[in-house]
Design a protein around this ligand. Structure first.
Ligand code: FE
Ligand code: FE
Ligand code: FE
Length: 198
């Protein structure tokens, strides 16, 4: 018996592997990415979904913030986020592919955590500190995504796409730094005083 003949039946003995073969599971969809370009399109579609979700979440985060500088940072980044979506549209226009129907599950979870903060923490500096933490987690996810996309674009020779993706990457990094500074400058010090003033 050859190696393949020994291995093949095992896949069907595993009920999860079997289910993955007969349903349109994420795993099966993932297996449609055969080339680096397929993977690039998948990642770009994922981050497009992430940005769309953020255009709905950022106004809520801005409204939930107490520190006006924090609210302003979220509102300003909402504008940038809209521009980032336009950049992805530009990449698609200039290229010979379409986006896939992908929902970024990671951003869905990060946004959900942001909602929990708003519901569970009373308005004030402690909530602001939690909002900053939620915001920075979002930016770090985006930094990882756009960093990867820049590398893929470079390897694929997609020069214009790479230029546009780098612009967005710079905005995500700047936002992360701005949120970090707000935490250092004011918010966390105010948050640390809550509960101690007696
Ligand atoms: Fe973004
Ligand atoms: Fe994602
Ligand atoms: Fe961002």
């Amino acid at each position: 018996m050859g190696f393949a003949a020994q291995v093949q039946p095992l896949a069907f003995e595993n009920p999860i592997a079997h289910a993955n073969r007969i349903t349109n599971s994420p795993r099966e969809l993932a297996m449609t990415q055969k080339t680096l370009k397929d993977l690039f399109i998948h990642e770009l579609s994922d981050v497009y979904s992430a940005e769309k979700q953020l255009t709905r979440a950022l106004p809520k985060m801005a409204r939930a913030a107490t520190n006006p500088a924090l609210a302003e940072a979220f509102t300003q980044h909402l504008e940038e986020t809209r521009g980032q979506i336009e950049r992805i549209d530009k990449i698609i226009e200039s290229a010979d592919f379409r986006l896939k129907r992908v929902k970024c599950a990671a951003m869905e979870g990060l946004v959900e955590e942001g909602k929990d903060v708003i519901e569970d923490v009373e308005e004030g500096p402690v909530r602001d500190a939690a909002l900053i933490a939620a915001g920075q987690k979002v930016e770090h996810y985006e930094i990882a995504s756009y960093g990867t996309l820049c590398t893929f674009a470079k390897q694929l020779g997609l020069t214009e796409a790479m230029t546009l993706l780098k612009e967005t990457l710079a905005e995500e990094k700047a936002t992360d730094e701005k949120l970090g500074l707000l935490a250092l400058q004011q918010t966390n010090a105010d948050a640390a005083r809550v509960g101690k003033e007696k």
